[in-house]
Structures are given as structure tokens and as C-alpha cells.
Design a protein around this ligand. Structure first.
Ligand code: ADP
Ligand code: MG
Length: 240
């Protein structure tokens, strides 16, 4: 569904992604792991065309989305993104947050957008929060609402960048459970995470980034169980 080939990205003089290859099959979960600064967020931002790549190419389904002729807005409409924090607009209710893009960007009518939003809110256990403003929700509820907002436009692919990193430990589980449920439903996801137990549990493919390079990749069993690279072993020893 998503394919990156020899993607290169620098900021100023420093190379942040070098020759990154990535293939994501439909209905699979790919976990990006690696130290802070290894390039996980940049990779996700490139996949969503929030950053322009310097070299290489990216395909979504069969379309080369890094082709200058590609319709970038149309591409972004097919990819949902959730970041680590500050995902919701504070001056809008949860329901308004969620129906904004379907109505404004996709031209969905209010009734239909609200029906879809309420259905998703119910599914993620937030049915009672539709009319609340984000600051009345816990951090975990806010992140679940942010995931609902990303799902509201029926994306083909969901990118999650450390969605639990800003949460109190007791709230992490409820957000990770949502990701598990989405996987059950067949959602294709690429997520950057520091939750190694979760990555091991949920990911079909794990990529270890080190200095902008995908140093090691494999199934969760392979990368966590028998890492081939010394740097992967060192990273996992430090973090687990
Ligand atoms: P990670 O998500 O793995 O922590 P990032 O992708 O955020 O890593 O960052 C990788 C490297 O790129 C870091 O050295 C970071 O400082 C740098 N970087 C990221 N975004 C920018 C930017 N907009 N301008 C300059 N440097 C950046
Ligand atoms: Mg990051």
C-alpha cells in the first residue's frame, strides 16, 4: 500500500533520512523504533508529504505521490495522521473537531458527517463526549478523539507518531487498545513508538532506525527476539 524507495531527506546540511526503503502491505502494522532523533517522525512526515523529500520516491497504492504532478491534497486525504499531542482544536467541541475535515475538505453533509463521527466515538468509547471541549477530556480521551478525527475521512492508511508519548502512564493502555482494535478491523498503520512491548505485540513489521538509516527490519519476533545488529541489541537493552 505504501512504498518508499531510497528516500533521502536533509535539513540544512544534515542528512536525516538516507536511502530509506519501506514497504507496507495492506492491513498490516509497521512499527518504527529507534532513539530520539533517528528519523522516525521525519519518515512519517515524508510519507504524508508534510516534508518534501530530496531524493527517492514514495508510492501510495499505485500512485507515485512524490511525482511533482501528484495531487498532494488528494494524497493527504487518503492518509490519516495523529501526532503525540495537540491534535484537537481547543475552541471546537469534539464533534466539531471530528466533522471539520469531512465537511470542509470532503464536502460531506453535516448529518452524514455527524452520524459517522458519533458511530466512531461510540466505538472508541467516547460517545458521551461529543459535545465537550477538548480541555474537559483526559489526555487519553483526547488522543482517542484525535484518532477518531483521523478516521473520520476513511483514510487508506493511518500514521501514528508516538501517540502515547505525552500521556500519563495510566492512560497509555486505553490508546494502545484502540490501535489494537483498529488492527483487528484491518486498518493499515505505520506507527513510531517507544512502547516496545506494544510494538512487539501489535506489529507485523518492525523497522529499527539508527541515524536516518533503517538498520534492521523484520517481524516483531525477529527484531525483538533475535536482533542481528549490535546497535539494535544495544538499543533494546537500554529501552526495554
Ligand atoms: P525522531 O522522531 O526519531 O525522534 P526526527 O525525525 O524528529 O526523529 O528527527 C531526526 C533528525 O532530524 C533530528 O536530528 C532532528 O533534529 C532533525 N530535524 C527534524 N525536523 C527538523 C526540521 N524541521 N529542521 C531541522 N532539523 C530537523
Ligand atoms: Mg519523533
Amino acid at each position: 500500500m505504501l512504498r518508499m524507495e531510497a528516500v533521502r531527506k536533509s535539513f540544512g546540511g544534515s542528512v536525516v533520512l538516507r536511502d530509506v526503503d519501506l514497504e507496507v502491505a495492506p492491513h498490516t502494522v509497521t512499527a518504527l523504533i529507534g532513539a530520539s532523533g533517528s528519523g522516525k517522525s521525519t519518515l512519517l512526515r515524508c510519507a504524508n508529504l508534510l516534508e518534501e523529500i530530496d531524493d527517492g520516491a514514495i508510492w501510495l497504492d499505485d500512485e507515485e505521490i512524490t511525482d511533482p504532478r501528484a495531487d498532494q491534497d488528494a494524497v493527504r486525504r487518503r492518509i490519516g495522521v495523529v501526532f503525540q499531542a495537540y491534535n484537537l482544536f481547543p475552541h471546537m467541541t469534539v464533534l466539531e473537531n471530528i466533522t471539520l475535515a469531512p465537511r470542509r475538505v470532503h464536502g460531506t453533509g453535516r448529518a452524514e458527517a455527524e452520524a459517522r463521527a458519533r458511530e466512531l466515538l461510540d466505538r472508541l468509547g467516547l460517545g458521551a463526549k461529543a459535545g465537550e471541549y477538548p480541555d474537559r477530556l483526559s489526555g487519553g480521551q483526547q488522543q482517542r478523539a484525535a484518532i477518531v478525527r483521523a478516521l473520520a475521512v476513511r483514510p487508506r492508511l493511518l500514521l501514528l507518531d508516538e501517540v502515547t508519548a505525552a500521556l500519563d502512564p495510566e492512560l497509555v493502555g486505553e490508546v494502545l487498545n484502540v490501535v489494537r482494535d483498529l488492527k483487528e478491523d484491518g486498518m493499515t498503520m505505520v506507527l513510531a513508538t517507544h512502547e516496545m512491548g506494544f510494538a512487539r505485540d501489535v506489529a507485523d513489521q518492525v523497522c529499527f532506525l539508527d541515524g536516518g538509516v533503517v538498520l534492521e527490519r523484520g517481524t516483531a519476533e525477529e527484531v525483538f527476539g533475535e536482533p542481528r545488529e549490535e546497535r539494535t541489541r544495544r538499543f533494546l537493552r537500554r529501552i526495554v
